[in-house]
Design a protein around this ligand. Structure first.
Ligand code: SF4
Ligand code: SF4
Length: 381
């Protein structure tokens, strides 16, 4: 394992330590793709269109071009009638085998979790990670804090279902509140190991986590607290139509964690909750390091993949010529020759998009964009 670093915490960001709910948006947006619609189309809550959940019930209000997971596309605008009308009443699924669980995950479009389970020929260990990736993010922290009782119970149930040798809940040693809550009830689950890990960037990457906890990865299922929470919801017969999103940054009076309907526009969320203190700001989707800058903020739709929105004061960082310090190559967790890629316009399929090269570069060069870029030749550097 490469030496992991601790990211510098922003001193000018204040994240409010509770969750604000935004469950009654005016409109939600669903990718249109090739769907044909009638003028008076009606949409039921919790139905799926193009693998995207319709999180409210309502009627067609038009077709609009929006940004879904960073891609511009035509979307169906559904005007919320606030009736939460569903086409079918969901029943609680009965899960007796791993196959049953896989089927339920598929029905609920939780493909990432399903694929994690299916990728392993055998599962002997379960690690549940409660780490947020980046400094401006607090979704996992909040999910564990709010749902720790259900999360611990489900980990215990999964241990029985998978007949596991061990189940581990990994918590950052800086998450004092989470540790206190979990320890207050962990005696009920004597088989569950609660393990504290250092607060270092990329600790949640499977290779780092497995290494630190000394658990072999080829038979270990690694899930996040949010994923456990989602499994728990579908086992209760609910749909995943809401999610935690952190909206933070030094251009805000206060940063918030919001539980919002999937499909809502960022513009509507910001209008209801966010006060920006400057007119000169930049917005990033899914983190300063791993995420990307958004130019058309009004078009962003919150999807199942949206974890955080960072709104920071614009800071002019002047790019200067490379000084050959070698820091980018030293820090890259997958040993890419970052400098060479940057200079020769090469991309590497091994790039994790972690952003550490940008973070460390004293010349303020945008290295990640080039190494991860799609328009360049591929290399093995
Ligand atoms: S963004 Fe890519 S190139 Fe840069 S440090 Fe991370 S893995 Fe390496
Ligand atoms: S970190 Fe920046 S300045 Fe240093 S070698 Fe890499 S590109 Fe050049």
């Amino acid at each position: 394992m490469k030496l992991l670093i601790k990211l510098e915490e922003p001193k000018d960001v204040f994240i409010v330590n509770n969750v604000y709910e935004f469950l009654n948006p005016e409109n939600v947006y669903i990718p249109l793709n090739n769907l044909s619609l009638k003028e008076k189309s009606y949409f039921y809550k919790d139905s799926y269109l193009n693998d995207f959940i319709v999180s409210v019930s309502g009627s067609l209000a038009g077709i609009e071009e929006m940004l879904i997971n960073g891609k511009k596309m035509k979307t169906i605008k559904v005007n919320n009638d606030f009736k939460e009308t569903k086409e079918f009443r969901k029943v609680k699924p009965k899960i007796k085998t791993i196959q049953d669980l896989i089927q339920v995950l598929e029905l609920n479009h939780l493909d990432t979790i399903k694929e994690k389970i299916m990728a392993l020929p055998q599962i002997d260990h379960l690690i549940v990670s409660s780490f947020d990736e980046e400094i401006y993010e607090m979704n996992e922290f909040m999910c564990l804090g709010e749902n720790y009782k259900e999360i611990l119970k489900l980990i215990d149930d999964l241990k029985k279902l998978f007949s596991l040798d061990s189940s581990i809940l990994a918590i950052k040693n800086t998450n004092a509140k989470g540790i206190k809550k979990v320890k207050s009830i962990s005696g009920i689950y004597p088989d569950l190991k609660v393990m504290l890990t250092p607060d270092k960037y990329l600790m949640s990457y499977p290779v780092n986590l497995g290494d630190y906890l000394n658990i072999p990865l080829d038979n270990t299922l690694i899930l996040t607290t949010n994923e456990i929470y989602e499994i728990n919801e579908i086992l209760k017969g609910k749909s995943i139509s809401e999610k935690y999103v952190t909206i933070s940054g030094n251009a805000l009076k206060k940063s918030l964690i919001i539980k919002t309907k999937i499909g809502v526009s960022l513009k509507e969320v910001m209008h209801n909750f966010i006060k920006i203190t400057t007119s000169d700001y930049v917005v990033y989707e899914n983190g300063l390091l791993q995420g990307s800058k958004i130019n058309e903020v009004d078009k962003v739709v919150i999807t199942h993949n949206t974890r955080c929105i960072v709104i920071n004061k614009k800071e002019e960082k002047e790019e200067t010529p490379c000084i050959n310090c070698g820091a980018c190559m030293k820090i890259c967790p997958v040993n890419i020759n970052v400098k060479k890629c940057y200079e020769q316009n090469l991309m590497s399929h091994r790039c994790l998009g972690c952003g550490l090269c940008d973070y460390i570069c004293p010349a303020n060069l945008s290295l990640k964009a080039k190494v991860k870029g799609e328009n360049y030749e591929e290399t093995n550097n």
